[in-house]
Design a binder for this molecule. Structure first.
Ligand code: G6P
Ligand code: MN
Length: 441
């Protein structure tokens, strides 16, 4: 039986990792066709990645057809799973998202603050197009999205397209599980963390090892030992001990932007001044990776891919696909519709939470009320995210400004406007919905 996976943004340097994920799971997930879709501008990259993917399949001795195309609609015919790993505007756009806010003394980051807002504005219209096409061409397929900001993008698709089979994934929950596993010296599979919150704003409320609640010990380790489960793109700064005691939950690495704001801003402004924000680092890593990928002798995922912050994303992505395919009914952490899971948040919003993964999709495990210490922050972040979606789909300047000022990393009314205007201007070719506003300036 055919089992077809379409990878949109297939020319990404991350693709060898998801290929490895498919090859590792071939017995449980016997994929027959993998189609890498990309835009014409990415022709060179997608050709290189396709050739490497083919060598990987050959080495593994599996019967999988790998191809690439620029024709998305054609690729979607007969698709069972579609993954999205696109970056609208490429790494140059990311550099603007990082550098323009930093120039004005605000956090500049690709998924947080003003940069994250812009990435959502560029990405949401394209994702809605993809969802519409899936609705028409492969309505029963599943869309597994890791395009950032993954939670916001997933919510936009869920609420603004007729296509509902969408799931957002991120490597952070997986990283946290394996980090905790290391602390307790057990493999990640024996660790369960009860995750509550939103993508890149998720907390680990409880830690279970082999089903036993070990939260208190996990917190003790976190407070007194040197624990770091940050991805490559985030340099962890030690948490204040009282912060951890009071929180009594595992923070995720992205929380540093909010709860260690001053130190992180100082460090990132320095990076800006020396011309190396994360975008520049990633450009170099990519260049080296693509050189490597071209080597005809390379037929496995190279280790250097671990220098990317998204390393291990394939664990999340391939596990979700495998469990849907097999109706495994196991628990995984995904971005899915709240629907009463977190009572403090609207039913129709997307949250990052543990869910039972079935052939009919994720069924989230109830959370109830958010702990008081984080509920205000999560409610505010969700309301901010909803403003971002509204602005992205309407192209309404006032809504875009509302999203800016409601983001905790945007620090003043005037700067919000200056930064918004500069970003709308540099990104105008990728923001058709805002074209009226940019002309006005
Ligand atoms: C994290 C996030 C991903 C993000 C990545 C950035 O791990 O969970 O969503 O894409 O970091 O990594 P990069 O190497 O692009 O800075
Ligand atoms: Mn992520």
């Amino acid at each position: 039986m055919a089992l077809k996976v379409v990878i949109i943004g297939g020319g990404s340097s991350y693709t060898p990792e998801i290929m490895e994920g498919f090859l590792k799971r071939y017995e449980q997930f016997p994929v027959t066709d993998i189609v890498l879709v990309d835009v014409k501008a990415g022709e060179e990259k997608v050709k290189i990645v396709t050739a490497l993917a083919k060598r990987m399949v050959l080495k593994a001795g599996k019967d999988i057809r790998v191809s690439y195309t620029f024709n998305r609609k054609e690729a979607l015919q007969g698709a069972d799973f579609v993954t999205t790993q696109i970056r609208v505007g490429g790494l140059q756009a990311r550099a603007y998202d990082e550098r323009i806010p930093l120039k004005h003394g605000m956090i500049g980051q690709e998924t947080n603050g003003a940069g994250g807002i812009m990435k959502a504005f560029r990405t949401i219209p394209v994702m809605l197009e993809i969802a519409q096409e899936m609705h028409e061409i492969c309505p029963d397929a599943w869309l597994i999205n890791f395009t950032n900001p993954a939670g916001i993008v997933t919510e936009a698709v869920m609420n603004h397209s007729p296509f509902k089979n969408v799931i957002g994934v991120c490597n952070i929950p997986f990283n946290m599980r394996s980090g905790v596993g290391e602390l307790f010296q057990v493999p990640a599979e024996r660790v369960m963390i009860e995750f509550v919150g939103l993508n890149h704003f998720v907390f680990g409320r409880k830690v279970y090892i082999d089903g036993v609640d070990r939260t208190a010990e996990a917190m003790h380790h976190l407070i007194y030992d040197d624990v770091d489960y940050s991805p490559a793109n985030i340099v962890a700064l030690p948490w204040n001990k009282q912060f951890l005691k009071t929180l009594n939950m595992l923070p995720n690495p992205y929380h540093q932007y909010y709860f260690q704001h001053e130190q992180v801003l100082k460090k990132d402004v320095e990076a800006y001044q020396t011309n190396v924000t994360r975008a520049e680092v990633v450009m170099e890593v990519e260049e080296a990776l693509f050189k490597k990928y071209q080597s005809p002798n390379l037929d496995v995922k190279p280790e250097e891919l671990e220098q990317r912050g998204g390393a291990y994303y394939s664990e999340a992505a391939c596990n979700v696909m495998t469990s849907i395919y097999n109706n495994s009914m196991d628990v995984q952490t995904v971005n899915t519709l709240n629907n009463g899971t977190i009572t403090d948040l609207p039913a129709d919003c997307v949250i990052e939470v543990n869910s039972v993964i079935t052939a009919s999709g994720p069924m989230p495990l109830s959370i109830g009320n958010l702990p008081a210490v984080i509920s205000g922050a999560i409610v505010q972040m969700k309301q901010y995210e909803r403003l971002v979606v509204e602005a992205a789909v309407t192209g309404d300047y006032s809504k875009a400004y509302a999203a800016m000022i409601m983001n905790p990393l945007v620090t003043s009314d005037d700067k919000a406007q200056v930064v918004l205007d500069e970003l709308l201007h540099v990104h105008q070719s990728n923001l058709p919905q805002f074209s009226k506003e940019v002309v006005k300036q």
